[in-house]
Design a protein around this ligand. Structure first.
Ligand SMILES: [Zn+2]
Length: 254
């Protein structure tokens, strides 16, 4: 129970941070933490995530059935449970609508260009999932092919979802996605994008391995050709555990 209360406070403070940074408005967004292999602590529907108290949170089982809490669980619980089922390494999830990244998602543009080295090392690219109606299995289905490979996904005409080894890691990825979206927007306004070339990308592949201490030659899931948007092709399937170790290490060290 002590652990539960710590996680409740963590979700409340992360919800405040999302709200203060303008990543969510009104009752938008949802957050969760995997408590153990049978229970998930998650935000309720219909309230501001910037004004929650620990008692407002809900505990559900892995089929979404409420085990504890007075409030109704977020309508996006299906998305959270799908990610937890597909990625045993994930223990925290953040879904929000940060305005620049969501602008890209509403324009039908993936954040898939190698413009910034740290983003390439940490996330590779941020693919765009097709539109799915919120709160329905359709939304989860659009994300499903991307979940094993990526830790951050743009949701067309909707927002962003990020996840990691804990809630803090998921939140940091949300900040990175929005920051990178702002940089990509500025390059669009300047009318010039100088993409990292393939030799630069090869060096980043090596840097990624040295960050993590992983020896496998994990392919970098980016392309260096011109043209933004909808290119979510990846070079090869990488083990999630490898990718995750890489990403987490980068965020600790940068
Ligand atoms: Zn949403």
């Amino acid at each position: 129970m002590i652990a539960d209360s710590k996680y409740r406070r963590e979700i409340v403070s992360t919800g405040k941070a999302l709200h203060q940074r303008g990543y969510i408005a009104a009752c938008d967004g949802n957050l969760s933490i995997r408590l153990d292999d049978k229970r998930v602590l998650v935000t309720p529907t219909g309230m501001s995530k910037g004004a929650m108290r620990p008692a407002d949170l809900v505990i559900v089982d892995m089929s979404g059935r409420r085990l504890k809490g007075r409030r109704d669980v977020t309508s996006e619980i299906g998305m959270h449970l799908l990610i937890y089922r597909m990625r045993p390494d994930v223990r925290g999830i953040v879904h929000a609508h940060p305005w620049t990244a969501t602008g890209f998602a509403a324009a039908g543009l993936a954040l898939d260009q190698p413009l910034v080295c740290e983003v390439v090392i940490g996330l590779g690219q941020i693919p765009l999932a097709p539109y799915g109606t919120p709160g329905t299995p359709e939304l989860a289905r659009t994300l499903e092919p991307l979940i094993p490979e990526y830790d951050a996904i743009l949701m067309a005409n909707h927002g962003v979802v990020t996840y990691g080894i804990d809630l803090h890691s998921a939140y940091m990825k949300m900040e990175t996605v929005e920051h990178f979206a702002q940089i990509a927007l500025v390059t669009n306004m300047l009318g010039k994008q100088q993409l990292l070339d393939s030799s630069d990308l090869e060096k980043l592949v090596k840097a990624r391995r040295s960050y993590s201490g992983v020896n496998s030659a994990a392919p970098m899931p980016v392309h260096s050709s011109h043209g933004n948007g909808n290119n979510s092709k990846v070079a090869a399937r990488r083990p999630s555990s490898v990718m995750n170790r890489e990403s987490e290490t980068v965020f600790r060290e940068s």
